[in-house]
Design a protein. Structure first.
Length: 206
């Protein structure tokens, strides 16, 4: 009977040890399960679309038909009186209109002159560039009412210093008047000479 009692106690002790081990394991598992629970989350996502604007200057020699004129295809100016047989003391006039294209941003416009404008007859010619309200003012009588951009008597290589703000989307037309003069002091050497002069209205998106 003593042996049976000791065996029962030993078995009971062994069972208790196993129970404690299971309980301990359960506690460990319980702690591990608590640490791996995911927290509730939420988020806000934003999006934006960006599109670049366009910038384009267009010009017109007749004040009606506007288009882009690049270095290889400049707009031809027509002077009055005709500039094909100028005499000393004569001044000829031609208007050119500039604006932004539809859909274009606003612009800052500055007239510039080619360095080759002083070749041939250009060595003797002078000019004036005036910004006029209307193209009809581009005459000997009307030019005095405009805003001087290049002073009279300037070499044809002289560019303007004015940066004129021009509205976008073609909302504003700017009219320039070229006045080209063959001075009375032009020598006999100027006879029969010619010149293909070029000016550029340089625009910067404004």
């Amino acid at each position: 009977m003593g042996r049976h009692t000791r065996h029962s106690r030993a078995a009971a002790g062994s069972g208790w040890i196993r129970l404690r081990a299971l309980l301990a394991g359960g506690l460990v598992l319980g702690v591990g399960g608590t640490l791996t629970l995911a927290a509730w989350t939420d988020q806000e996502v934003v999006q934006a679309t960006f599109t670049a604007g366009t910038f384009d200057l267009v010009g017109s020699a007749d004040g009606t038909t506007f288009s882009s004129h690049l270095a290889g295809s400049p707009a031809p100016l027509t002077f009055a009186p005709v500039s094909t047989a100028m005499l000393p003391g004569q001044t000829v006039y031609s208007a050119f209109s500039v604006k932004t294209a539809p859909g274009s941003t606003s612009a800052l416009v500055t007239p510039t002159a080619a360095g080759t404008n002083n070749t041939g007859l250009g060595a003797y010619l002078t000019y004036q560039l005036v910004r006029v309200t209307a193209r009809t003012s581009c005459t000997a009588a009307g030019i005095s009412s405009g805003t001087v951009v290049v002073a009279a008597g300037s070499p044809l290589t002289t560019g303007g210093t004015e940066q004129l703000a021009v509205s976008g989307a073609g909302a504003q037309t700017v009219n320039y008047c070229f006045a080209i003069t063959l001075p009375t002091t032009a020598p006999n050497a100027a006879q029969g000479m010619t010149l293909n002069a070029t000016w550029t209205f340089a625009g910067t998106a404004g």
